[in-house]
Design a protein around this ligand. Structure first.
Ligand SMILES: *Cc1c(COP(=O)(O)O)cnc(C)c1O
Length: 411
């Protein structure tokens, strides 16, 4: 009998984005002429940068002749990409990595979901609330969660509320935790971790022998160069942290697919009998067993986004989205709306006016402003009372959305 993995049955049935899709489709069918502005899901809208397209084109052409053709690539990634990552993403920030500490993959969603496979089934995990749902759901699938309560919180998971009081960047917990997932700049709140916050996490992890999984998918959106972009800018992080980065948001690769995970050689975990085992070796074993490398064409494109003209063009795309974020922040704040984020991240975390619930606010924006946002409660119980507004759209649409949102609430 093929028994199923019953942990899957604990997953929340009504997943956030399908429910949003259902409500938007229902509204659109009742109001076929409504001009909807989508500031909901976190996906880029600008086309690929010209230098990135050119690198892809050249790689495709090379594959079409005998001299340039290649078969399977190295599972961890080609050296040309590993070296560009080391040089541009880390050495520029004073961080030295070795090529074999970097694992190129087809996405940080996968990496942040898969990383728990090399960790023990009885590890206790902590996440922020609200949270990027992948961290929680993949631990539920692996049996680390226990049952869910009425609010959808799992009894075996430690939730750290991200609130206005802690700047939406909670510090480490008191209770025992083995693995903590951090995301900065944050999806969904748009907050960014300060150096002091990351120092507190690293100190905690080293003291407790805990592991930090640091998701820096939005690092390129940090506007202040004094803020850390990598967890490895914090002393001691090499002994306690894994870092994940993605080309999705910073180079428009959500449909192209390329990311990487860093696992320093010093990082280790413990066996039941107390023996230390390096996590780099375990992840290398997993990666080479289950993954056959990112396409050469895509790795060439990723490398082009890191250097020279490509780097400049991708930087301009990030600046474009950040100007949208600024317009949203200023335009909505001027109208007296209370909001956070959007300074070092492409997301605005809007406090719902008049004590509306997240879903009521979503419905009001949909019905009255014809603007699609994301209800904060969909990312966790502590997201109740907020909605996420994304800066991923054209300037024109963002500028149309601002007065509509203002009028819906203040008109
Ligand atoms: C978009 C995003 C990612 C990137 O995922 P990819 O699979 O690389 O596209 C990772 N983490 C968070 C929090 C994100 O919002």
């Amino acid at each position: 009998m093929a028994r199923i993995n019953e942990h899957y049955l604990k997953l929340q049935a009504g997943y956030l984005f399908p429910e949003i899709g259902r409500r938007v489709a229902a509204f659109a069918s009742e109001h076929p002429d409504a001009d909807l502005i989508r500031l909901g899901i976190g996906d880029v809208t600008l086309p690929l940068a010209p230098a990135v397209v050119e690198a892809m084109r050249a790689a495709v052409v090379a594959f079409g002749n005998e001299a340039g053709f290649r078969g399977y690539g190295p599972e961890q990634g080609y050296d040309f990409l590993l070296e560009a990552i080391r040089e541009q993403d880390f050495r520029t920030r004073g961080v030295e990595l070795a090529n074999d500490e970097i694992f190129v993959s087809d996405g940080s969603k996968q990496d942040s979901g898969n990383i728990q496979e090399i960790l023990g089934a009885d590890c206790r995990i902590a996440v922020t609330d609200p949270v990027y749902p992948v961290y929680v759901d993949t631990n539920v699938m692996a049996g680390r969660s226990g049952a869910a309560d009425a609010e959808g919180r799992f009894e075996g998971i430690v939730y750290l509320a991200a609130t206005e009081a802690n700047g939406f960047m909670p510090g480490p917990p008191e209770e025992p935790v083995d693995i903590a997932y951090l995301c900065s700049p944050n999806n969904p709140t748009g907050a960014v971790a300060s150096r002091a916050n990351l120092e507190a996490w690293v100190a905690w992890a080293r003291e407790r022998d805990a592991l930090l999984v640091f998701d820096a998918a939005y690092d390129a959106f940090i506007q202040d160069s004094a803020l850390p972009r990598s967890i490895y800018e914090i002393e001691g992080a090499r002994e306690c942290a894994i870092e994940m980065r993605s080309f999705s948001k910073r180079a428009g690769f959500t449909g192209v697919r390329c990311a990487y995970t860093v696992i320093p050689k010093e990082l280790s975990g413990s066996t039941a009998s107390g023996e230390r085992v390096g996590l780099n070796g375990l992840w290398a074993r997993r990666h080479t067993t289950k993954f056959n490398s990112v396409p050469y064409v895509v790795q060439k494109a990723a490398a082009a986004s890191l250097v020279g003209e490509g780097r400049k063009q991708c930087g301009e795309q990030v600046a474009y989205y950040m100007a949208n974020a600024r317009a949203l922040r200023e335009g909505l704040a001027e109208a007296g709306l209370k909001l956070f984020g959007g300074e070092h991240a492409p997301y605005i975390w809007l406090c719902t006016p008049d004590g509306l619930s997240s879903w009521d606010c979503f419905d009001k924006l949909l019905n009255d402003a014809h603007v699609v946002c994301t209800p904060g409660s969909g990312f966790g119980a502590a997201g109740e009372g907020y909605v996420r507004i994304s800066a991923f759209n054209s300037r024109e649409r963002v500028e149309q959305a601002i007065p509509r949102i203002r009028d819906a609430f203040c008109g």
